[in-house]
Design a protein around this ligand. Structure first.
Ligand SMILES: [Zn+2]
Length: 161
């Protein structure tokens, strides 16, 4: 019997790139003033996410800080309601990114990580980024990198011509 198992997960923390230009830019979410305790609680929560399917390859840091791509991971993680990339915690820990209030409120509202719900999420559950793509962040002028390196950006622009 079918239950509500195939409900969509709400994606967040997926950043724009040459290939996904409609997604948010992490530079717009930098907030050095974000409460350190809250940041730490959110980071700990995100790290407990259950892995879903792995991507085609590793992610890369949109700030080009030098972290190895394989340290950013290649999985999506879930708590049974939301879904985020494994590499997202790097942006909170090293680049002072603050997540939208709706996500932070959801995380702080859980008494403990919802292991039961997360573990029951099918690996192929669809993820919607409709809500996430509309998030504008806090710094409307700030911008990070579109491509993993200058060469990749140049090559991509060359191909568009
Ligand atoms: Zn980085």
């Amino acid at each position: 019997m079918y239950s509500n198992d195939m409900q969509e997960l709400i994606g967040f923390g997926y950043w724009r790139s040459l290939f996904e230009p409609a997604l948010p830019d992490p530079a717009r979410f930098v907030d050095e003033q974000w409460d350190a305790k809250t940041r730490q609680a959110v980071v700990l929560y995100l790290k407990q996410g259950y892995p879903l399917s792995a991507w085609m390859g590793y992610s890369w840091c949109r700030f080009r800080c030098g972290i190895a791509n394989n340290q950013l991971g290649s999985c999506d993680l879930t708590d049974g309601t939301y879904c985020w990339p494994e590499g997202l915690v790097h942006y909170l820990e090293c680049h002072a990114v603050r997540l939208p209030d709706a996500v932070v409120q959801h995380i702080l509202a859980q008494p403990t990580f919802p292991h039961h719900r997360a573990s029951q999420t099918p690996e192929v559950t669809p993820v919607s980024t409709v809500w996430w793509a509309k998030q504008a962040g806090w710094n409307s002028q700030a911008s990070s990198f579109f491509g993993e390196s200058e060469e990749i950006e140049r090559e991509y622009l060359r191909l568009l011509k």
